[in-house]
Design a protein around this ligand. Structure first.
Ligand code: F55
Length: 804
């Protein structure tokens, strides 16, 4: 009998698996479908984690610690099976058991569906933070919405993005526990009389939870996701009796629509009532649950701020400020000052953007109609706040206007970021530069009023998800060098790799790992796109949401420049590259979708031409998601982080890629600045305007056309865009010439020259490998574990509670 690290003999796992197959799936080994086996396997792994969770819960109950409650409208958790197998130490038993039963683990992993309950960086960050909280033994619960349909599935038809629904729970989700007996009522509409709200519509929030295990610790925390259910009274019996069956269920459909679909926009969807409903739904359910949990071990309100800290992931859950006030005033009978003190001591707010158009505001008229009592409370909060402003700046109406929670022109709107800053004890940006720019620009008047409220907490990523799970080869190599696996919980230990950069045998091994990963990626790219990538070519990767400010267009313009150079025979200094794109565009974001079509059109040109594809092949991998990231990142040699400086709050693919040994070509934007500081300027390809220069250039009156006229190679590139596919994408060229909001033309020459340097550096493969190793060795700072320790020290003040 083999006994593995957690003491579970392999045949016991097999017994449990077969028992779950029978008792949970009601079937036998002989007639079980692959889905049956997958579900039974998941349940077997889940059972072990539940045992751990029960102990964690007991420890928390006993110690009554301070909890972090993370409120986020989005989570991109990634596949649960590989993570839970690894974290529970059951990998070997599971493999042995499956082997004995003649089953293929990889095939079963294919059936594990990733919950795509987020759009991009913000949602993935939330998942990394939950992973790190559990790993750091910090008592925490994540709250979110259990969307029936997650982020859409992306395919391309004739080069254009096509969106299909992501019905991720079609076959059931074995990782979650539903708790229909724990439903919470959530009110909407109605009227307020004497400060008492009588809603017109009540929707029920039904929670289900999933387990969030820590790595290398016993702690298992929870994520609690809410779905909307109609109350039983919503079924209209009289209509049904009249034979109007459709209308009889109208109210049910309307209620349950609240958690039907994730908004697939990563910049604000303005004024959508359903979205505001989602936000209110989430915060009401979460706060009820938080209060319920608090009351398990505490009475009264005196200890609330000591036991509860609530982190607001961007403005989407900021209605919680008004809702907690409402609960304290209207339901608990506290007076204003006491209630406000509690609220102000409870919340902290993370901002994830600098783009003014992404700062959420809601029409006062809409809030008034949907949440009349909340609107009253927001007015009152604003009234008290503006009195404070008036004291700080007597007679300064300009200050009042710019700070007010209510924007007056052109239409009265509630500024959610203002409500957040006013209602929170702490506000943070997500990278040094971002936090500085928030203080100096976007939130400047607030930073002047309350400088002590502003913090920076630089983002981080899960080393488990993006090293251990995604890149087992590199993880194995690093562990063999460092002597153990513990660096996965203490990522600063990657610095011990530094000397290995000068060890030529190690460099060979490192290169071999990269090559094997590129081979895997090439196989995948071939299967999904038909494009044959060369595993020896440089994997040049840009993976992120499609957004104009991120400048995927600049990336494509480099490829077009290469096309012209190759056709002219200027191939000296060129190196073979696999240009890889991954990313989705918001379905209604026309300009981003045009750029996608251009990328696909250019890909067809290079892939279909032997002369060109000797140097550059291009694959746009559809449906980029966490699983896609796990495949692409380990193979990457070059990480494209080329946003216009001052626009990207942080970026996190930059961190994942550097950790996996990719070198960055990037601007001084977001966390690129800190990555470069750490890996060293010699190991980073910097180009382009900095944030100050970008602003200055715009202020001086930027004329893109003059850049076009001054650079013949740029001209050739833009003319190519104007004429490709019979001029179908001429608008892209026109927009560049007439507007170029993100200064693409201004950064073009610097980017091209920097890419030439990249090619040159790639030619000395040994020196490149050295830089690659140093990138990984010096990126330990970008662990999400460090991020939550920073939050813990600066904002939450949460001691760790390891299991006794
Ligand atoms: C989603 C919905 C709305 Cl309404 C607005 C924004 C988003 C969203 O997904 N934002 C987002 O992903 N922001 C990103 O957050 C990352 C984590 O902090 C940053 O790294 C990245 O720079 C930022 O763009």
């Amino acid at each position: 009998m083999t006994v593995a690290n957690d003491g579970v003999p392999a045949d016991e796992f097999e017994t449990d698996l077969l028992r779950n197959l029978a008792h949970q799936r009601g079937t036998t080994r002989q007639s079980a479908s692959a889905q049956d086996i997958y579900q039974a396997l998941a349940l077997t792994v889940r059972d072990r984690l539940v045992d751990r969770y029960v102990k964690t819960a007991a420890t928390y109950y006993e110690t009554n610690p301070r909890f972090v409650y993370y409120l986020s409208a989005e989570y991109m958790l990634g596949k649960q099976l590989p993570q839970n197998l690894l974290y529970s130490g059951l990998q070997n038993q599971a493999r042995d058991a499956l082997e004995k039963l003649g089953l293929d683990p990889a095939e079963l992993e294919d059936l594990d569906v990733e919950p795509g309950l987020g759009n991009g960086g913000l949602g993935r960050l939330a998942a990394c933070i939950l992973d790190a909280l559990a790993t750091e033994d910090i008592p925490a619960v994540g709250y979110g919405i259990r969307y029936d349909l997650g982020i859409f599935k992306q395919t391309f038809e004739d080069g254009a993005q096509v969106e299909r629904p992501d019905d991720w729970t079609f076959y059931g989700n074995p990782w979650e526990f539903a708790a229909p007996d724990d439903q919470q009522p959530v009110g909407f509409y109605g009227k307020v009389e004497d400060g008492k709200w009588t809603p017109d519509e009540i929707v029920l929030g039904e929670p289900s939870h999933m387990l969030v295990p820590g790595y290398g610790t016993q702690t298992v925390n929870l994520i609690r996701l809410w779905r909307a259910r109609a109350s039983r009274a919503s079924f209209d019996l009289s209509r049904f009796g009249e034979g109007r069956y459709g209308e009889a269920v109208d109210a049910i459909v309307r209620s349950e629509n609240i958690s039907k679909v994730l908004y697939p926009d990563d910049s604000t969807e303005l004024g959508r009532e359903l979205r505001l409903k989602q936000q209110h739904f989430l915060v009401t359910c979460a706060l009820r649950d938080i209060v319920r949990r608090y009351r398990l071990r505490n009475t009264g309100w005196d200890a609330f701020t000591e036991k509860v800290t609530i982190q607001l992931n961007d403005t989407h859950p900021v209605m919680a400020v008004a809702e907690l006030m409402r609960v304290l005033l209207d339901e608990e009978g506290l007076d204003w000052d006491r209630a406000w003190l509690i609220v102000r001591g409870t919340f902290a707010y993370t901002c994830h953007t600098l783009l003014p158009e992404a700062l959420e505001t809601w029409p006062v008229a809409l809030v008034e109609r949907l949440l009349p009592r909340h609107m009253e409370i927001i007015y009152l909060i604003n009234f008290h706040f503006l009195q404070e402003v008036e004291q700080a700046y007597p007679g300064d109406t300009g200050r009042l206007r710019e700070l007010s929670i209510i924007q007056e022109e052109p239409e009265r709107r509630v500024r959610m970021a203002h409500l957040a800053v006013v209602g929170a004890k702490a506000v943070n940006g997500v990278a040094e530069l971002h936090s500085k720019l928030l203080r100096e620009t976007t939130l400047r008047p607030f930073a002047e009023l309350w400088p002590e409220r502003f913090h920076n907490v630089t983002n981080g990523v899960s080393p488990r998800r993006f090293m251990l799970i995604a890149n087992p080869r590199l993880t194995g190599l690093i562990s063999s060098r460092l002597g153990d696996h513990d660096w996965l919980r203490d990522l600063d230990r990657l610095s011990e790799l530094e000397p290995a950069a000068d060890d030529s045998a190690f460099r060979d091994q490192w290169r071999e790992v990269k090559r094997a990963n590129r081979r895997d990626l090439a196989r995948y790219a071939r299967a999904v796109t038909g494009v044959a990538l060369d595993p020896d070519a440089m994997a040049d990767v840009m993976i992120k949401r499609f957004h104009e400010y991120k400048r995927q267009l600049l990336r494509v313009m480099h490829v077009i420049t290469l096309i012209h150079r190759i056709r002219r025979g200027e191939t000296a200094g060129l190196v073979p590259r696999s240009v890889i794109f991954g990313g989705k565009a918001a379905p209604g974001y026309y300009a981003a979708k045009r750029i996608m079509r251009l990328a696909n059109a250019v890909a067809d040109v290079v892939n279909g031409d032997q002369q060109l594809s000797a140097y550059v092949r291009m694959a746009f991998l559809p449906n980029y998601n966490v699983s896609g990231a796990e495949l692409i990142i380990p193979a990457a040699d070059l990480s494209e982080q080329i946003s216009l400086a001052g626009k990207e709050a942080s970026g996190t693919s930059n961190m994942k890629l550097a950790l996996n040994g990719a070198l960055t070509i990037g601007t001084l934007d977001g966390a690129n600045v800190e990555i470069r500081d750490r890996v060293g300027a010699d190991n980073f390809f910097l180009f382009g305007l900095d944030a100050g220069q970008a602003v200055a250039l715009k202020q001086a009156g930027y004329r893109p056309r003059s850049w076009y006229e001054a650079d013949w190679e740029l001209r050739e590139t833009i003319d190519f865009i104007a004429t490709i596919d019979g001029g179908a994408l001429r608008e892209v060229a026109d927009d560049l010439l007439n507007r170029d909001e993100y200064l693409t033309l201004a950064d073009y020459r610097a980017y091209i020259e920097c890419q030439d340097e990249v090619a040159h550096a790639w030619e000395d493969r040994d020196a490149w490998t050295r830089m690659s190793i140093l990138n990984a060795a010096r990126s330990g700072f970008f662990s999400a574990d460090r991020t939550v320790r920073d939050y813990g020290r600066e904002i939450w003040h949460t001691p760790a509670v390891p299991e006794a």
